[in-house]
Write a protein that binds this ligand. Structure first.
Ligand SMILES: Nc1ncnc2c1ncn2[C@@H]1O[C@H](COP(=O)(O)OP(=O)(O)OP(=O)(O)O)[C@@H](O)[C@H]1O
Ligand SMILES: [Mg+2]
Length: 311
C-alpha cells in the first residue's frame, strides 16, 4: 500500500508522513492527521515544534520534502490553485498593512477569488460587520490595533467562503469578548460543514471549541497515544461538597476509587451517563454536592503529561 492509498477520501484535510527541513533544522519530521468536514481540530505543541510549518504546507504555501497532503481533495503540490480556492488561511504573523482601507483590503482579496466587484464589496461589508469592524471600513488598515488587525485577518480568511479553514493562533491579541465570539464563530463555521484546523497555546480555550486534537512534539504528530490521554483526562470528574469527609466516607463504603488531590476529590467516570449515575448516587446518599464536573482542561492535562514524558 502506498502513502496515497492511506489518505482518507472523506477528510477535508489529510496529511500522511509529511516532512520539511530548513537546512539542518528538521521543522516537521513526520506529521499525519485527518480533519473531517464539519469538525474543528486543534493543533497543539510547544514553541518550535512545527505547527506553523505544517500549516503552511497544508495551505500550499510551502513544499513538503516528503509525504502526502490532500486539502479538499486536491494535492497542494500539483494543484495549488484548487487548494487556494478551497481554503481560508489566517497566518500567525500579520502581513504588510498599507494604506488600503479595511473594505478595500477585503474587496481586493475577493477580486483575487474572481468575485465581481460589487459581490466582493458586499461580502466584505458583511464580514466587517461580523468581526465588528464596520466603523473601520473606510479607514486605512495601518490604524488598526493588534486585535483589530487579527479580526480583519479572520475576515480576510473567510472572503472566499472556504470549505477548509487553517487558523494559526487566531485568538492571539484578542480581547475577552472577541475570544468568545471567535469560539462561537468557529463552531458555527463547523456546523456549516467546514473543516477547521486551529493552533493555539491557550488550551482551556480550545477545550470548548474543538472536537479533536492533534499533539505535536519535535516535528512529529503524536497520534493515538495522545488521543488516549485526552479521552482518559475527560473521564476525570471533580466533586466539590460542603463536607468532603462525608464524601470520602461514602466513596470508600461504595468501593468507588478516587484521587484525593489538593484541589479536591476526583473520581473517574466512563461516560456522561455514568457521571449522571454517580452524581445521583452521591445525592441519594445525602452527600452535599455543590459542584460536579470535568476536572479541568483535558487538553491541558494531556499537554502537561506529554511534556513530563519528554523530560
Ligand atoms: N523559514 C525558516 N527557516 C529556518 N528555520 C525555520 C523556518 N521556519 C521555521 N523554522 C524552524 O522550524 C522549527 C518549527 O518552526 P514553526 O514555526 O513551525 O514552529 P511552531 O510550532 O509554529 O512554533 P510557535 O508555537 O512558536 O508558533 C523551528 O525550529 C524554527 O526555528
Ligand atoms: Mg507557529
Amino acid at each position: 500500500m502506498t502513502a496515497t492509498d492511506t489518505i482518507v477520501a472523506t477528510s477535508a484535510i489529510s496529511a500522511h508522513g509529511v516532512a520539511r527541513a530548513f537546512g539542518s533544522v528538521q521543522a516537521v519530521a513526520d506529521a499525519t492527521l485527518e480533519v473531517r468536514p464539519g469538525t474543528v481540530t486543534a493543533l497543539i505543541g510547544p514553541n518550535g515544534c512545527g505547527k506553523t510549518t505544517l500549516m503552511l504546507m497544508l495551505a500550499g504555501l510551502l513544499r513538503p520534502d516528503a509525504g502526502e497532503i490532500r486539502v479538499a481533495g486536491a494535492d497542494p503540490r500539483h494543484d495549488s490553485a484548487a487548494v487556494r480556492a478551497a481554503i481560508g488561511w489566517m497566518p500567525d504573523q500579520l502581513g504588510s498593512w498599507d494604506n488600503l482601507t479595511c473594505l478595500q483590503t477585503l474587496t481586493l482579496m475577493g477580486r483575487g477569488y474572481r468575485l465581481h466587484k460589487h459581490e466582493a464589496r458586499e461580502r466584505g461589508v458583511g464580514l466587517l460587520g461580523m468581526v465588528h469592524l464596520s466603523e473601520f471600513a473606510d479607514r486605512p488598515t495601518r490604524v488598526l490595533s493588534r486585535g483589530q488587525k487579527q479580526r480583519l485577518s479572520l475576515a480576510r480568511a473567510l472572503m472566499n467562503d472556504p470549505q477548509v479553514l487553517l487558523l494559526d493562533e487566531p485568538a492571539n491579541g484578542l480581547d475577552p469578548r472577541s475570544r468568545i465570539e471567535l469560539r462561537t464563530l468557529v463552531r458555527e463555521l463547523a456546523a456549516d460543514g467546514k473543516a477547521v484546523l486551529v493552533s493555539s497555546h491557550v488550551l482551556a480555550e480550545l477545550d470548548e471549541m474543538v472536537d479533536d486534537a492533534i499533539f505535536m512534539s519535535k516535528g512529529r504528530t503524536l497520534g493515538d497515544e495522545a488521543a488516549a490521554k485526552v479521552a482518559d483526562a475527560k473521564r476525570r470528574y471533580r466533586v466539590a461538597t460542603l463536607d468532603d469527609a462525608a464524601l470520602r466516607e461514602v466513596l470508600a463504603e461504595g468501593g468507588v476509587p478516587f484521587d484525593d488531590e489538593p484541589s479536591g476529590v476526583v473520581v473517574r467516570v466512563g461516560s456522561e451517563e455514568e457521571a449522571f449515575q454517580a452524581l445521583a448516587w452521591l445525592m441519594s446518599r445525602g452527600v452535599k454536592v455543590h459542584r460536579f464536573g470535568p476536572a479541568g482542561s483535558a487538553l491541558e492535562q494531556t499537554y502537561m503529561s506529554m511534556e513530563e514524558e519528554r523530560r
